[in-house]
Design a protein around this ligand. Sequence first.
Ligand SMILES: Nc1ncnc2c1ncn2[C@@H]1O[C@H](COP(=O)(O)OP(=O)(O)OP(=O)(O)O)[C@@H](O)[C@H]1O
Length: 268
Amino acid sequence: MNTEDTQKLAIMKQDVEIARALSNIKHKIVVMSGKGGVGKSTITVKLAEEFNRDGYKVCILDADIHGPDIPEMMQVHEPEVTLTGNKINPTVTPSGVRVLSIEFFLPSKDTPVIWRGPKKTGAIRQFLSDVNWDGIDVLMVDNPPGTGDEPLTVLQSIPSINGAVIVTTPHKFAIHDVKKCVNMVKHMKIPVLGIIENMSYLKCPSCGEKIFLFGKEGGKYLAEKFNLRFLGKVPFDTRMTATDAPPTLIHSEIRKIFKNLKESLKDR
Ligand SMILES: Nc1ncnc2c1ncn2[C@@H]1O[C@H](COP(=O)(O)OP(=O)(O)OP(=O)(O)O)[C@@H](O)[C@H]1O
């Protein structure tokens, strides 16, 4: 066998291992956006907590290799990595949601990951194949923005993805980039579970007037253009920075979005 054949065989073996490892997970959801900073990680955490509250065992896979924020958002300050046999156990966060992130394997939180595509692909595939997924009901993958190595690896490597949740703000530049993301997901024949519009408006704390910081109805426009389900809007709220924020308007909006997401999952 030449080197190319050996490599192909190794990839096929890993594909089999990934399919076996993930076979009992009920819902595999990828969260994506063509644009950075629109709130993918924040929304991923909020939705994972809703699944958790509903009694599902949920794990977030932080596929953002260069800027992993999920551990910080979920208050995992000193991660303890444990093994079952030769498989890595996801880390349990204070809320009960499980998390896996490259950050747990770096010498410090400030260590940069200076990797090109093949190493990033290798790391994500290793997370999928070498993790103890037993007992997990819902896998949510938080992708970095764009249509590059990480989302491509996620979409290609995870078999039978239930669908993608696409996050955008109403801003025209976000919409411009998110269209590409929707087309990528469609191109890869992955169902889109719906569009979430984040940072839709800010409610003035004094008079209650809605201020549309980034324009209006961008998310609905996207959903209509691609004939997709609009899952809902999340307002801008400065208290939305931590998982332990008190119940706010955001919480009720997230509950509505979660209900719509579950409808979308049922339709699949
Ligand atoms: N609805 C909101 N109201 C106020 N702040 C928000 C809201 N959603 C997200 N944020 C804040 O915006 C910033 C970016 O959010 P987040 O990291 O979730 O975006 P992202 O799309 O995952 O970013 P990245 O480009 O790194 O993938 C964070 O500081 C987050 O706390």
